[in-house]
Design a protein around this ligand. Structure first.
Ligand SMILES: Nc1ncnc2c1ncn2[C@@H]1O[C@H](COP(=O)(O)OP(=O)(O)OP(=O)(O)O)[C@@H](O)[C@H]1O
Ligand SMILES: [Mg+2]
Length: 500
């Protein structure tokens, strides 16, 4: 019976200075199963996976791999034992081909030490075909999109004959159809007897792809369910320790005056003739597929990559926004999509990150008060329940979702009148999501105008007062909350022609 399990972890603990990331966690994995791990931000999911990939050492507990107890010493050791991890930040080299990346350091050689390219390409082709990827092995990795790069990582682990594949939030940068491809590959791997650990915040996904799900909370093991007995409510209750009522607390308010108007914004090869108005006290949602240029338009308005032509008015006054600092001065805030790249200084503290955008603003009074900074940090940090040992902790050491909360706090601290949120709840757990929605609700009550881009349709529909659909750089349609539904929006995302 015991050989049904490829992996048994028992009593695993791991502490970092000031925080017990894992406390006597049990986790086991059957051969050929997809086992999801869920839990709130900071629950310990990534830490558990990093112990398996050898990136972190456990403090206590035992790991039994294929019936034998092992000590996982470092990433190379884990790889040799057949454990691969696939993370959001890939380990690929952009100016090498797919094949070279897959077999990096293990290339077939001709007798005279040169790489045997025909054989290299042939081997790569074999693995690419095996999981149904149509790309040529000669293609440079730098030319691939995120989804394709992820697939190269998967192929790489497959070629290493990994028995255990760990995916930490693998769908967070994928479009719907890329996600479906990934799921097909996962099913395919399962058939080959590979066991998969699937970490995700998206419960629907977990129910779709997993065989079992394990819930962690505050570093502790809560339980494991078979998917057949799992429901979203059950999982969420285990995750947050209570039932979540009123998930979308958004109220409808009477909208105020126009706070932002853009006319005919155009940027070559990106977007064309974008015009809309944003009122105070409303949430204006932007729906669209990845690549529809929603983020580009917002980056244009915020002065990161200004448009080629078009006009921007703030409360009726024409403005030129040529840089983000100009936008901040005009009381705009922007929570970017790529939080690690654009939103944060990873090697600085939570406090420094939260107060950094606010600084030009307090500076206009002449000086920055240390006390003010601390108060502001505590204010927003507590509101958003940022999980850190202290607000002096480096942002790099926070869990992914908590990093996202720091970006949000930073922009709230500037007290913007216009706030652009680009996929603000991606990677954020359900409990906190609901808190962010109430926060949005409170902000519009204060008269802020909010633009919301989201990859989750149900979020857009439930939170927005009006919805603009973008497709390939143009505005395809606009709906009021009452008119909008998922089908209608999807229709305009894809084609835009209505059948009557
Ligand atoms: N290198 C580190 N140094 C200090 N603390 C860390 C480190 N890595 C993780 N932690 C802490 O351990 C706890 C668990 O973090 P972990 O990244 O495992 O959470 P998670 O469940 O993956 O969360 P998320 O859903 O936000 O990604 C958090 O409190 C985090 O701040
Ligand atoms: Mg994580």
């Amino acid at each position: 019976m015991d050989n049904e399990y490829i992996l048994k972890m028992a009593g695993i603990s791991k502490a970092f200075p000031g925080v017990k990331a894992l406390n006597k966690v049990d986790f086991n994995l059957k051969k050929g199963e997809v086992h999801a791990v869920v839990g709130e931000n900071g629950a310990g999911k990534s830490t558990l996976s990093k112990i398996l990939t050898g990136a972190y050492k456990k403090d206590e507990g035992s790991i039994i791999l294929d019936g034998k107890e092992v000590e996982l010493l470092d990433p190379k050791h884990s790889l040799n034992l057949g454990i691969s991890g696939i993370y959001q930040e890939f380990n690929l080299i952009p100016n090498l081909s797919i094949a070279e990346n897959i077999f990096l350091g293990r290339e077939p050689r001709t007798r005279s030490v040169f790489v045997n390219f025909p054989e290299l390409y042939q081997n790569a082709e074999y693995f690419l075909k095996k999981i149904g990827i149509k790309k040529k092995p000669q293609t440079l990795v730098g030319k691939l999109n995120v989804a394709e790069q992820q697939m190269v990582e998967i192929v790489k682990s497959l070629s290493l004959s990994s028995k255990i594949l760990i995916m930490d939030e693998p769908t967070s940068a994928l479009t719907e159809s890329e996600k479906n491809t990934l799921f097909e590959i996962i099913r395919n791997l399962k058939k080959r007897g590979v066991s998969i650990i699937f970490i995700s915040h998206i419960i629907d996904e977990v129910l779709e792809i997993a065989d079992r799900v394990t819930v962690l909370r505050d570093g502790g093991y809560i339980g494991t369910l078979n998917i057949s007995e799992a429901t979203p409510d059950k999982i969420v209750k285990m995750m947050v320790g209570r039932e979540l009522k009123n998930f979308y607390p958004k109220e409808k308010l009477k909208r105020g005056e126009i706070v932002l108007e853009v006319k005919h914004l155009t940027k070559r090869d990106k977007y064309e003739d974008i015009s809309f108005q944003l009122y105070s006290g409303e949430v204006l949602g932007f729906a669209g597929l990845v690549g529809s240029s929603r983020s580009e338009v917002m980056r244009g308005i915020f002065g990161i990559e200004p448009p080629d032509s078009g006009e921007i008015y703030i409360r009726g006054k024409r403005v030129e926004i040529s840089s983000p600092s100009e936008a901040i001065r005009l009381k705009m805030g922007f929570v970017p999509e790529d939080r690690r790249g654009e939103g944060l200084i990873l090697t600085r503290s939570v406090k420094d990150n939260i107060t950094i955008a606010y600084l030009p603003w307090i500076n206009s009074y002449g000086f920055v008060k240390q006390k003010d900074e601390e108060k502001i940090t505590a204010n927003y940090g507590d509101d958003l329940k940022i999980r850190a040992t202290s607000y002096r902790q480096m942002v790099r050491d926070l869990s992914g979702g908590n990093q996202q909360k720091v970006v949000l706090a930073k922009w709230l601290a500037t007290k913007p009148k216009i706030l652009i949120l680009d996929d603000p709840t991606r990677g954020i757990d359900v409990g906190t999501k609901s808190e962010i929605y109430s926060l949005i609700n409170n902000l519009i009550k204060e008269g802020i105008g909010i633009i919301l881009i989201s990859s989750e349709l149900s979020e857009i529909i439930n939170i927005s007062d009006r919805i603009i659909v973008m497709r390939e750089g143009i505005t395809a349609a606009e709906f009021s909350k009452e008119e909008a539904n998922q089908e209608l929006i999807m229709h305009y995302c894809f084609s835009g022609e209505m059948e009557v």
